[in-house]
Design a protein around this ligand. Structure first.
Ligand code: HEC
Ligand code: HEC
Length: 354
């Protein structure tokens, strides 16, 4: 299978469409110009903000850090359709599926992103910028919108470009990142960094099974639900954070396949302690500032000299990780990783030759 990048041309603005296959004669789908035309809200005047009943809210157990934005997420699955989950870590969504994610900063709606499986060949990625009066949101230009809102003193949030969406959402294959077996598992990590409580109206693995929305689900999906496989609660939480915040790019595929860390949910569901152990002492190409000899992802006996932690902590454009979508450090994550390295990884790690 080959993925081709289309930039849909339109007089207004456009969004990126990813088409599969080599012989696509049909014109790629184009995202509507206004959020109110995407089907998120009830139709009719004055209905903006009233989410249509067929769109259900959900909350991934390990959220992505976006500078402390408050997020709301919804999914639309066409009536009577099912998701093929026979590959538990790569779900196949029915044509017509839509996802939305709304971002609020300081209580104001700033952007709403959309992912839409428009045809068997097309995934549409778009972002809508909210008007100042909060009445509707308009399709952002392909290049995104830089510096749209201040998120902390002197730091401003930017709406990612359409190709930036694919930097995270397209490294394995195009699609959602927070709507999968691990993220929707009822065995929810109580310590997840910035984790949100599941509320009764939200879609979860349990509601999807009860409503017969999953095709090819393995037996025991709910009796032994997906869980990061380790007995150490801090390892579970740390790797949950890393797979959600880093694993969309660092998954052993795509352009940086040869670089660590490798964070994949299938590995984590099998043996998370092995994933953790592989981080310790692994050489990096990136040089930890001030380190004299070879840099490693995790130096268990010198957390501050671990490339993984140094880049998680950094918000300088050339070294920060993730490289896009955030301008403010996630202090809670930095604290968790520091504790995890010191208390859990160090005792198991042999002292290095340094
Ligand atoms: C830095 C990586 C990154 C970038 C860039 C990014 N996303 Fe996401 N996105 C994620 C992750 C991870 C999730 C799931 C976790 C969450 O929602 O907190 C997600 C969730 C979503 C969701 C909810 C459905 C889902 O995947 O669970 C939508 C809709 C979405 N993103 C659209 C977009 C669009 C459109 C763009 C570009 C304008 C974009 N995203 C850019 C990483 C990214
Ligand atoms: C949008 C994709 C993306 C996301 C998300 C992302 N990274 Fe990266 N990462 C890259 C790219 C591209 C490189 C290679 C270029 C560079 O070193 O800056 C890289 C390099 C690295 C390196 C250096 C590896 C080496 O051997 O040189 C580390 C360490 C790293 N990332 C850690 C992280 C961590 C930790 C996270 C999550 C907090 C993360 N990354 C999230 C794209 C990403």
């Amino acid at each position: 299978m080959r993925w081709v990048l289309w930039i849909a041309a339109s007089s207004l603005a456009s969004a990126v469409v990813v088409a599969s296959g080599s012989s696509s004669n049909s014109r790629p789908a184009i995202a509507p110009g206004r959020l109110s035309e995407t089907g998120l809200y009830e139709a009719g005047a004055g209905q903006i903000g009233v989410v249509a009943a067929e769109n259900r809210s959900f909350s991934p157990q390990y959220p992505l850090w976006t500078d402390d934005a408050t997020k709301s997420r919804w999914v639309y699955l066409p009536r009577g359709s099912t998701i093929d989950v026979s590959n538990l870590t790569e779900w196949e969504f029915p044509v017509g599926t839509k996802f939305w994610k709304e971002f609020q900063f300081a209580g104001r709606k700033v952007e709403t992103r959309m992912i839409w499986r428009a045809s068997p060949a097309d995934w549409v990625f778009a972002s809508y910028v909210w008007d100042a009066d909060g009445r509707d949101a308009h399709l952002a230009p392909d290049k995104g919108v830089p510096d749209i809102v201040e998120v902390s003193a002197g730091k401003r949030h930017s709406i990612p470009s359409a190709t930036d969406c694919l930097a995270c959402h397209g490294t394995t294959r195009p699609g959602p990142l927070g709507f999968n077996a691990l993220q929707l598992s009822p065995d929810r990590d109580p310590d997840a960094v910035h984790g949100e409580p599941l509320t009764p109206e939200m879609v979860s693995l349990a509601t999807l099974v009860a409503e017969k929305r999953l095709a090819g689900a393995p037996a025991g999906l709910l009796t032994s639900p997906p869980r990061i496989a380790t007995d150490n609660p801090r390892t579970r939480t740390a790797l949950g954070y890393l797979v959600a915040n880093c694993g969309s790019c660092h998954n052993g595929r795509g352009e940086i396949a040869a670089l660590g860390p490798i964070l994949r949910s299938d590995d984590l569901l099998r043996d998370a302690d092995a994933v953790a152990a592989a981080l310790v002492g692994q050489r990096t190409r990136w040089q930890v500032p001030g380190r004299v000899d070879g840099s490693v992802l995790v130096d268990a006996h010198a957390p501050e000299q671990s490339a993984l932690l140094a880049r998680l902590r950094s918000r300088s454009p050339s070294s920060q990780m993730p490289p896009l979508g955030t301008v403010v450090r996630d202090s809670a994550a930095v604290q968790l990783m520091t504790e995890w390295i010191t208390r859990d990884l160090a005792p198991a790690a042999p002292r290095s030759r340094r």
